[in-house]
Ligand binder design. Structure first.
Ligand code: FAD
Ligand code: MLT
Ligand code: ZN
Length: 576
């Protein structure tokens, strides 16, 4: 049986494409080629994208304000603006130490930034006040659009002396409520700071402003023979400054590692307006404390990132992508270990999803096609390899997959034969995020209005990673759909719990259980999304009291008035 299936599998994939994958097809629907190769049944469908295709760019990367981006973003996804706002039991009082904005403040900002960069328009403000999940909503009356570091510095200097709280905002794709105000904080959008400053082609070092959109940077670099070392589903909207501030992980983490390794330098504006020039371009520099690391992942709570210096890997010519089916989680786990042994540094992504996640994509995503329509499997794995020798890379992956199939680790699989097929494989994975929201649309009107997703982003030892999904299911019973997917190669589970509505009784069954479980298994309650507002008071599940105390001291040292992104990252009680 194993041999028959193995030969079927071998026939099921053909030669890999000789150029790198372009993940993002045009926004309009298109018919990709069949994803089935000889030996596998054919399926047909459409691929869609929520984001704009990369714009033609050089120097001036994007002309939209963050509000424009948000409006496009929302209307093109799933019309969530119709949903009512619901917050998951977060009870925080506005800090009495903050002043209220007055007409003198507005006058000052207008004189410094010009009228059009001082946004008081209701529509634009309401978009910027709400997060991507439509879960957190602030009531800011002011959005500022500085055009350079000096303007950021003047804004912060003024806000600090007036005790006006602020929230830095990038692409507003954050998933933990960090990018939107809680009360009336002034929103400082980096969207107008989108210049590429330089690309050192000898060393592969890009220097740019913080408001550059990730996908635009990648398109710019692709023309120059480089790529960004990170890639995420939000690439069409998120900004490099937001990526740095959340220490975003994403799909290529397994290959290129953390931003702590790839960011060579930063320019940051502190709460009092001081500009900290740490915009180095060196790989090695052991002169004292490496302070840039404090700001990577600090979610706008210690300073505003205004410029970034980042190491960009060479763009390699051969990319292969396989979508595989596995019978159980243990097989996925063993496959990862074998892939690391046999494919080594060629692996550029190793993603997994369970059958509930796959079913959700297939049921609700426009044009999604089941790659293995004749059978259903419990788990699916995406393996991407990238190299410089097309025939060698292809042969290596094929041989590995064949061995894995013969050994019973893989039940079925297909290798993308061209860019369209690769794109449709990636769409399944990248659309998972959106699916949970779109499934509300597919349901009754009442459910659409009330639909809710509880998202958890956990780092766990790989062998334990799926246990929490299996424990959560009987705990919640019929009330919820529990799905698991994520960056298996990095030990990062995205546990998503979908219910008809936000409900404190359901929440009480999920939390603190999910955090306690993670802590008991020595995991992290935030692998890559950050703490934001959602988990600010949960930090102790992953950090010792002494560590949290030191973090609070650092926050007080850098931002004594606490104006930078208040109520986020650290428990409010520690900062008063
Ligand atoms: P925002 O959402 O605007 O802000 C995020 C935080 O950073 C906030 O606390 C904000 O105050 C702060 N901030 C933003 N810009 C600055 C700045 N210049 N200076 C100081 N602080 C700033 N995350 C992952 O790690 N991996 C993924 O694979 C991934 N996939 C995603 C897929 C989708 C579809 C979506 C919607 C989100 C995903 N995310 C992922 C979450 C998110 O963290 C990232 O999208 C991204 O890093 C956020 O960037 P942003 O510009 O949108 O930042
Ligand atoms: C992802 O990996 O798709 C993102 O981190 C977003 C999510 O949690 O779904
Ligand atoms: Zn992720």
């Amino acid at each position: 049986m194993a041999r028959r299936r193995a030969s079927q599998f071998l026939a099921g994939y053909c030669c890999s494409q000789s150029h790198s994958l372009v993940r993002r097809p045009p926004l309009c629907s298109q018919e990709p080629a069949s994803i089935s190769a000889p030996g596998l049944p054919h399926t047909h469908g459409k691929a869609t994208s929520m984001f704009k295709p990369p714009s033609k760019l050089y120097r001036k990367l994007n002309s939209q304000t963050s509000c424009d981006i948000m409006q496009v973003h929302y209307s093109r996804t799933y019309g969530i603006h119709q949903r009512s706002f619901t917050s998951a039991a977060i009870n925080i009082q506005r800090s009495p130490s903050f002043s209220k904005l007055n007409s003198d403040d507005i006058g000052y900002f207008k004189s410094m930034l010009g009228d059009k960069n001082v946004v008081q328009d209701e529509d634009r403000l309401s978009a910027a006040n709400v997060d991507w999940m439509r879960k957190y909503k602030g009531s800011s009356q002011l959005l500022l659009l500085p055009r350079n570091t000096e303007e950021v510095s003047k804004i912060l200097h003024h806000c600090n002396s007036r005790h006006l709280a602020i929230v830095p905002q990038g692409g507003n794709t954050g998933l933990v409520g960090g990018s939107v105000p809680v009360y009336d904080e002034v929103i400082i959008s980096l969207a107008s700071m989108d210049q590429i400053i330089s690309l050192d082609k000898v060393n592969g070092i890009l220097i740019c402003e913080a408001g550059c959109i990730l996908e635009n940077l990648n398109s710019f670099l692709a023309n120059e023979g480089f790529i960004m070392p990170l890639d995420l589903g939000a690439k069409g909207s998120c900004q490099i400054g937001g990526n740095v501030s959340t220490n975003a992980g994403g799909l290529h983490f397994i290959r290129y590692g953390s931003l702590h390794g790839n960011i060579l330098g930063l320019e940051v504006v502190l709460a009092d307006g001081t500009v900290l020039d740490m915009l180095g371009t060196l790989r090695k520099d052991n002169t004292g404390y490496d302070l840039k690391h404090l700001f990577i992942g600090s979610e706008g709570s210690l300073g505003i990132v205004t410029k970034v210096s980042i190491l960009t890997p060479p763009k390699l010519l051969s990319t292969n992508l396989a979508l595989l089916a596995c019978k159980d989680f243990l097989s996925c786990q063993k496959l990862l270990l074998e892939a690391k042994r046999e494919l080594g540094e060629a692996i550029s992504a190793f993603e997994f999803m369970d059958s509930d996640a796959m079913d959700m994509v297939l049921a609700h995503m426009d044009g999604a096609r089941n790659p293995f329509p004749s059978s259903s499997y419990n788990f699916y794995v995406l393996i991407e390899t990238t190299g410089s020798d097309e025939s060698y890379d292809k042969a290596k992956l094929e041989a590995f997959l064949l061995r894995s199939m013969e050994g019973g680790l893989i039940s079925d699989g297909a290798i993308a034969q061209d860019i369209n097929q690769a794109s449709s494989f990636w769409q399944i994975r990248e659309k998972l995020m959106f699916r949970k929201a779109m499934c509300w649309q597919g349901m009754s009107e009442a459910t659409v209005k009330a639909g809710a997703v509880y998202k958890y982003d956990l780092s766990l030892p790989v062998e334990k990673l799926y246990d929490i999904v299996e424990e959560m299911r009987p705990r919640l019973g019929e009330k919820a759909k529990v799905v698991g997917y994520g960056h298996l190669g990095d030990g990062n589970l995205h546990l998503n719990i979908i219910t008809k509505q936000y409900d404190n009784n359901i929440l009480a069954q999920i939390e603190p259980f999910v955090y306690e479980w993670t802590s008991t298994h020595r995991g992290s309650i935030s692998a890559e999304h950050g703490l934001g507002l959602m988990k600010a008071d949960k930090i102790h599940y992953s950090k010792s009291p002494e560590t949290v105390q030191l973090m609070a001291s650092i926050k007080k040292l850098l931002d004594p008035s606490g104006i930078l992104n208040p109520y986020k990252v650290l428990p409010q009680s520690m900062l008063q």
